[in-house]
Design a protein around this ligand. Structure first.
Ligand SMILES: Nc1ncnc2c1ncn2[C@@H]1O[C@H](COP(=O)(O)OP(=O)(O)O)[C@@H](O)[C@H]1O
Ligand SMILES: [Mg+2]
Length: 306
């Protein structure tokens, strides 16, 4: 696990949950009235405002929203890497103030130690957690099992600079899973993977989560991935002052199969709900570079080339 603590001295910590907020909590994971203000050269930038969510043990939550709305900020606060400016996080009724081994993070940009092999990267996390409860042989078996799970056992002895970005991401996932965390925090974990590997990883994640009942918060841009994997899809409004816009309950029976769901009426209704939220209710027009070749001009150019 990456335990890099954000050391930006500018990130102020004025947060502490009030007694009422603490005692009112019964949820396994309680994201309570979180505000996040980042200091900038032109004053405070309020990225999050009043983000409030109670999550049960074993729930699979997807966080979805347009780029820059604050998804990673929410995840970093739950990970204990950022401190909320206001409000805070309670896990098992304890306030989260720093990273901990019960919350494994899979970052968007793989964060492996470059001087260690893939095996050693996973080993580091496994030793941190299981050195007292597992023998050396058991740890070796467990590391290899997790590397096999992400189809990376063939590259155990390679170092990160010898493998592709998608492969590094898979090692990061193996490392997080090998920690058997109570809470698994994933920031667009499958974004860099090819479609087949991605489908395999999604299926594996569903199986693992069913077996271990860990609580998952996963950020994704992929609407199908969100519906396939989640118990609830938490949809965030655009920033600044981003907050939770809508929460969609996904009550599809488990185990779920992507093939049979493709024609499922409820699956398609949920999919449409997320699309409507993103592209109608929270529509966001991105600036497209004017250097982009217009289709017509492009077609003309092709004709001239012939
Ligand atoms: N350390 C920081 N300092 C200042 N602004 C930040 C910082 N981190 C994130 N932001 C801003 O907060 C907003 C939310 O960022 P982020 O959580 O990364 O969005 P997302 O993950 O949804 O794309 C963005 O406008 C981003 O520019
Ligand atoms: Mg992000």
């Amino acid at each position: 696990m990456n335990t890099t603590k954000i050391t930006n001295a500018n990130i102020t910590n004025t947060s502490q949950l009030t007694d009422t907020e603490s005692s009112a909590n019964n949820a396994f994971l309680n994201i309570s009235q979180v505000d996040m203000v980042f200091p900038t050269a032109t004053g405070g930038f309020t990225a999050l405002k009043g983000v409030d969510l109670k999550i049960d043990q074993g729930e699979f939550i997807s966080l979805i929203g347009h780029s820059g709305c604050g998804k990673s900020t929410v995840l970093n606060i739950v990970a204990g890497l950022y401190q909320a400016t206001k409000g805070g996080i309670l896990l098992n009724n304890k306030e989260v103030n720093e990273p901990g081994p019960e919350r494994a993070v899979v970052f968007q940009n793989h964060s492996l130690l470059p001087w260690l092999t893939c095996y050693q990267n996973v080993e580091l996390a496994v030793k941190q957690i299981f050195s007292k409860t597992m023998s050396k042989g058991e740890m070796k078996e467990w590391i290899e099992y997790n590397l096999k799970l992400v189809h990376m056992d063939h590259a155990m002895l390679k170092r990160p600079d010898e493998i592709s970005g998608g492969m590094k991401q898979r090692i990061g996932i193996a490392r997080a899973l090998a920690m058997q965390p109570e809470v698994l925090l994933m920031d667009e974990p499958f974004g860099a993977l090819d479609a087949l590997t991605r489908a395999h990883m999604q299926d594996s994640l569903m199986e693992i989560q069913n077996e271990l009942n860990n609580t998952v918060i996963m950020i994704t841009h992929d609407v199908d991935e969100a519906v396939l994997l989640s118990d609830r899809i938490v949809m965030m409004t655009n920033g600044p002052e981003a907050t939770i816009g809508e929460i969609l309950e996904v009550n599809l029976a488990r185990p779920r199969s992507r093939l049979s769901l493709a024609k499922d009426v409820e699956y398609n209704r949920l999919r449409a709900e997320v699309l409507t939220f993103l592209y109608e209710k929270q529509r966001k027009v991105e600036n497209i570079s004017n250097k982009t070749v217009a289709p017509q001009a492009f077609a003309k150019k092709r004709v001239n080339e012939k």
